[in-house]
Ligand binder design. Sequence first.
Ligand SMILES: C[S@@+](CC[C@H](N)C(=O)[O-])C[C@H]1O[C@@H](n2cnc3c(N)ncnc32)[C@H](O)[C@@H]1O
Length: 290
Amino acid sequence: METARASRTAVLVCQGRAVADGRAAVGRFADPVAVRLLEDDERREVALARAADDPADVRERLIVERLRAVAEGMVARTVAIDDAIADAGHRQVVILGAGLDTRPWRLAALRDAVTFAVDHPASQAEARERAADLTPLGRLEFVPVDLSTDDLGPALTRAGHDPAAPTTWVWEGVVPYLTAGDVRATVAALAERSAPGSVAVVQYQTRSWTATAGRRLSGLVMRLTRTPDPLAAEPWRSLWSPTAMARLLAEHGFAVVTDDDLLAIAGRLGSPAAHRRSLTNGRVAVARHR
Ligand SMILES: C[S@@+](CC[C@H](N)C(=O)[O-])C[C@H]1O[C@@H](n2cnc3c(N)ncnc32)[C@H](O)[C@@H]1O
């Protein structure tokens, strides 16, 4: 990620949740807060994606198609992660690369917890502005950290995180944007602060030739049509097989309990799954520290 600029993919996934709210897996998925974190032009795109008819303008159509695809993945990963947080029931939750994650303002399981929202300083400054009018359900601490250059541990200590109490770590939609070395260093840093029973919830992408080609092609089409592309400045830097992710977590004392792809989760939820290939490449692993 460019260091001076807030994440555009954070906006994109927030828009995806706003598109899906009240439309997909109703009763299991709801994110009424997502739309409140968006700016007017971003909200307008959400409205276009929720409309029954496709827009006539080619650029708007590209934006709408991407938003609808993103929305499918957001439903599955949001429910899987919400459930894992509630099941763990810990009083400390650290969201790594929080972006415009709405959980502090909407997830009942966080009511009695302290949530540490860790993010790149540029993204975090923007998220704080967008959320200025919202009241978190529990205690919320913002922790600006660039996971590529800063030490996570001391920043969490300063924010009041207690390594002696179990923590639920949420790492959603961030791993692909970090190098493998930064992912390893982050797992080592969070493991050092994980009391027995701590849980790591890791959402990551697997390697897929077709997904990479599809991503490049859609980037090219957006460039050629001069459509703003939120993915352009945030390339994927590391993709992991379930075996490699389980091995990395095990090296740091975490045993994987479940690791499902988003297509399987969407199937269980009965939520839309038209973009099967992209859903298959996204996974949510839940691992428990010994
Ligand atoms: C796709 S967004 C996901 C946001 C949020 N977790 C969600 O799922 O809605 C990617 C997030 O990773 C964060 N990120 C990327 N590189 C980072 C880094 N080096 N240090 C900290 N955060 C980073 C961005 O700031 C952004 O918030």
